[in-house]
Design a protein around this ligand. Structure first.
Ligand code: TYD
Length: 215
């Protein structure tokens, strides 16, 4: 393992969960917390994060396609994002808060749509090489509760949000398995609680995690 990257990537934080779990608002809370402490922070998302990857996002969220095509486009977007944005920002000592990363592909295309997890992991190793998030927050919520929240909050619904409850149940189960496999990287937050309570737990965990890596 490249020691310089191993240290730098501790500032690469990813946010995961099923649609409706509230991860995007918590990401902003953490960005504010870091900025108030004078840290350099980059907020980004997947699929997306570069102009080209955002174009792929537009296609991925709107068009129906073969699951393998979807997988390959997710990783194509990720490859651009890693090389143009993530690695350069880490090298400059910035924190990166990324709304979704490879765990989303494992959970949605793997768990949700049945793509072979071994194959997805091979692609992940190819595209990421040794890069891995230092910490991943899983905003854990039952599929049924997330569906109610989505119905209350959203006026436009993308392709993935149109999937049925059974799909989201498979997605959240896959996330839970991933979190069990890597307890050192994952922190699971029960997102059925109030936004304030989840935020408090997030900041409590993060402030302890971040101590060695604050500039
Ligand atoms: P999301 O990040 O939830 O954005 P918004 O809050 O604007 O809806 O939407 C991205 C969608 O893309 C989400 O439904 C999950 C899906 N997705 C995958 O299926 N696989 C992936 O690898 C990634 C990164 C996202």
């Amino acid at each position: 393992m490249n020691h310089a990257l191993k240290t730098l990537q501790q500032r690469f934080i990813t946010f995961e969960g099923i649609d409706g779990a509230g991860k995007s608002s918590h990401l902003q809370t953490l960005a504010d917390w870091l900025q108030q402490r004078g840290q350099s922070v980059l907020v980004t998302r997947e699929p997306g994060g570069t102009p080209f990857a955002e174009t792929l996002r537009g296609l991925l969220l709107a068009q129906s396609m073969h699951t393998d095509t979807e997988v390959l486009l997710m990783f194509a977007a990720r490859n651009e994002h890693i090389h143009k944005v993530i690695l350069p920002a880490l090298e400059q000592g910035s924190w990166i808060l990324c709304d979704r990363f490879t765990d989303s592909t494992l959970a949605y295309q793997g768990g949700g749509k049945g793509a072979d997890l071994g194959r997805l992991r091979t692609l992940a190793r190819w595209v990421q090489a040794e890069l891995s998030p230092g910490r991943t927050y899983l905003f854990d919520i039952e599929a049924e509760v997330a569906a109610i929240r989505r119905a209350a909050q959203r006026n436009t619904i993308d392709k993935f949000e149109q999937e049925d409850q059974a799909f989201f149940e498979r997605v959240i189960q896959t996330y839970r398995c991933l979190a069990q496999e890597e307890p050192g990287r994952y922190k699971v937050l029960n997102s059925a609680q109030t936004l304030e309570s989840v935020s408090r737990q997030l900041l409590g965990d993060f402030s302890a995690y971040a101590i060695p890596y604050l500039n």
